[in-house]
Design a protein around this ligand. Structure first.
Ligand code: SF4
Length: 494
C-alpha cells in the first residue's frame, strides 16, 4: 500500500487514491512564503481541513513547517499527481530520485495530458487559442452536431458576448450567486490565521471577510448547479461589462473551486452543454462559458509548461517600474479614479474581480505605467483567490502586458478611458472625464494610453494592428502635454 499525497489544489474525487489512503499536508512555511491575500489563505486552509474531515481515517493529516518535514514524519514513500507549479514539480522529482516519491502521475485536474498538448503544437507556426479551443471541443465532443460541425454553425459566439451593461441598470437582473455557509472549521482557520499573523509567522494583504467561495465538493456542486440553473443564461451577453454596484455580474465564480481541484473541468463544461440541450440556456452564453473552461483555462495551463520557466521574465516592452505601495497594498482609498478605486477595492475586499477589470482596468493601468511584468504576475498570483503559479504568466505577461513579444496576443490590450466608459457605469461618477487628455479633468487611462503609445512607438512599429492608433497620435495637438502630465504623475495614485 502506498499513500497518495494530494496537494491543496487536488481535493476533488477525480483525484483518486483507491484503497491506499491519502496524505494531506498543511505547511506553514508554504503559507508564509509570500504575501498572500488573507482570504486566499483562508480558502486553501479551509479546503484542506474540510477534505481531511470528510476523509476521516482514510487521510493522514500532517501540520508541519515544510513538506520535506512531513515526508520525514510519514516515513514511507508516497505517490503523487503532477503538481501545478514548476518549483513543486522540481521538489517531487528530487524526492522521486531519493525513492521518497514512488510515482508522479498525470494530473486529472485538466482534461488534456501535457504530452498530448505537445503533440498538438508540433508543426504549428503560431499557437492560437481559437485553434486549441476547437481541438478541445472536437476531442471532448462538446457542442457538436452529429456530423462534427459546431452547434449553431460557428465555433465562437464571442461577437455576441460583448454587450455593455444594460442602460441605467445598477445591477444585472440575475439571482445572486451561490454563497456558502461557514463551518466550525472556518472559525478555526480564522483563529489560526489571526494568531500566525499576530506572531509574525505570516504576513497577508487584503481584508478578511465572510467566505464567498466553495471549499468542499458539496459546496462546489451546489455553486455549479446554481450558476447553470439561474445565471448561465445571462452570462454571455454581459460577460465583459462592469457595474460598480454588481461585482459578480453573471459570472460563475467557479474558478476558485476549479483551481482547488474540487470540480472536474469536463463535468463543468458538460453541465453547461446539457443546459443548452435541455433548452434552458442560450447557445452564446453556453459557448462562451465552455470556451472559458476547456479553452482558455486549459490553454494557459498548457502554455505554463510549454513556454518554460523564462517566459515569466519576458519583458519585450522594457517595462521596469516598481509597483507603487498603494497598488501593492490594495489601498483603494488612496485612489480617486472611479474605475480603479472600485476594482482595487474589490481585490482588497474579496480577492476577486472578473476578467475585464483584471485585463482592462488593472492590466491596462499597469501596462500604461510600465510596471514590471514579472512583479505584476506575482501581484496577481498572490492577491487573487484563484491565482496560482500556472494561471497568471500567460494572462499577465502575455495578454495584459504584451510582454512576450506577441506570442499570445497580436496586439496590446491597453486602451483609453473610452473602452471603460462604454463597458461600465464608472465614468459618470468619476472626477475625471474619459474624453479629456490634459488638465485637471484628464482621465489617467486616456492620457496614459497615449503616453503608452508614444513611449512604445518603436516597439509597436510593424504591428499592423497598431498602425492606426500610432498614426492617430501624430494628429493629437496636445500629445506632448498629455505625455508630460503623465510623466509628472509619477507613481502617485490617480
Ligand atoms: Fe476610469 Fe477615466 Fe472613467 Fe474615471 S473617467 S472612471 S478614471 S476611465
Amino acid at each position: 500500500m502506498t499513500r497518495r499525497w494530494l496537494f491543496a489544489d487536488q481535493l476533488g474525487p477525480h483525484f483518486g487514491f483507491g484503497q491506499d489512503g491519502v496524505l494531506l499536508v498543511e505547511s506553514r512555511a508554504a503559507l508564509g512564503r509570500r504575501r498572500y491575500h488573507r482570504q486566499k489563505l483562508h480558502l486553501v486552509l479551509s479546503a484542506l481541513r474540510h477534505r481531511a474531515a470528510e476523509l476521516g481515517d482514510a487521510a493522514t493529516y500532517l501540520r508541519t513547517d515544510g513538506y520535506a518535514a512531513a515526508l520525514a514524519e510519514l516515513g514511507e514513500p508516497v505517490r503523487v499527481y503532477e503538481p501545478t507549479s514548476r518549483s513543486a514539480m522540481t521538489f517531487v522529482e528530487r524526492l522521486a530520485a531519493r525513492g521518497l516519491v514512488e510515482s508522479i502521475d498525470p494530473t486529472p485536474g485538466f482534461s488534456l495530458p501535457r504530452n498530448e498538448f505537445e503533440e498538438w503544437t508540433n508543426g504549428r507556426r503560431r499557437l492560437r487559442m481559437e485553434d486549441f479551443y476547437r481541438f478541445q471541443r472536437e476531442r471532448l465532443h462538446l457542442l457538436l452536431e452529429p456530423d462534427g460541425s459546431p452547434v449553431g454553425g460557428k465555433w465562437s459566439f464571442d461577437a455576441d458576448n460583448r454587450e455593455p451593461p444594460p442602460k441605467g441598470a445598477e445591477t444585472l437582473d440575475v439571482p445572486a450567486p451561490y454563497r456558502p455557509r461557514e463551518s466550525d472549521i472556518d472559525a478555526e482557520v480564522r483563529e489560526d490565521l489571526d494568531r500566525w499573523e499576530h506572531d509574525g509567522v505570516l504576513q497577508t494583504v487584503g481584508r478578511d471577510g465572510p467566505r464567498l467561495f466553495p471549499v468542499t465538493r458539496r459546496e462546489a456542486l451546489a455553486a455549479l448547479d446554481r450558476f447553470v440553473t439561474t445565471r448561465l443564461g445571462a452570462f454571455g451577453p454581459h460577460e465583459d461589462a462592469m457595474l460598480r454596484g454588481d461585482w459578480a455580474m453573471a459570472h460563475s465564480l467557479l474558478s476558485v473551486p476549479m483551481n482547488l481541484g474540487l470540480l472536474d473541468p469536463v463535468e463543468v463544461a458538460d453541465r453547461a452543454v446539457q443546459a443548452h440541450a435541455d433548452g434552458d440556456a442560450p447557445l452564446a452564453s453556453v459557448e462562451g462559458f465552455v470556451r472559458q473552461v476547456v479553452g482558455w483555462r486549459e490553454y494557459v495551463w498548457q502554455l505554463y509548461w510549454h513556454f518554460g520557466p523564462t517566459y515569466r521574465r519576458r519583458n519585450s516592452m522594457s517595462a521596469h517600474a516598481a509597483l507603487p505601495s498603494w497598488f501593492d497594498d490594495l489601498d483603494a482609498d488612496e485612489v480617486e479614479a472611479a474605475c480603479l478605486h472600485d476594482v482595487l477595492g474589490g481585490v482588497r475586499d474579496r480577492g476577486w474581480v472578473h476578467h475585464i477589470p483584471r485585463l482592462m482596468v488593472l492590466g491596462g493601468w499597469a501596462a500604461e505605467r510600465g510596471y514590471d511584468p514579472d512583479a505584476l504576475t506575482e501581484w496577481f498570483q498572490t492577491r487573487f483567490v484563484d491565482g496560482y503559479d500556472w494561471v497568471m504568466p500567460a494572462n499577465v505577461v502575455g495578454m495584459s502586458q504584451h510582454a512576450d513579444g506577441g506570442a499570445m496576443a497580436t496586439k496590446p490590450y491597453a486602451s483609453g478611458g473610452a473602452y471603460i466608459d462604454r463597458m461600465s457605469d464608472y465614468c459618470g461618477g468619476c472626477r475625471y472625464d474619459p474624453k479629456v487628455r490634459v488638465g485637471e479633468d484628464a482621465c489617467p487611462f486616456t492620457a496614459g494610453y497615449w503616453a503608452y503609445l508614444d513611449r512604445n512607438a518603436d516597439r509597436l512599429e510593424g504591428n499592423h494592428r497598431m498602425a492606426r492608433p500610432l498614426q492617430q497620435r501624430h494628429r493629437l495637438r496636445d500629445l506632448a502635454d498629455a505625455v508630460a502630465q503623465e510623466h509628472d504623475r509619477g507613481d502617485a495614485a490617480p
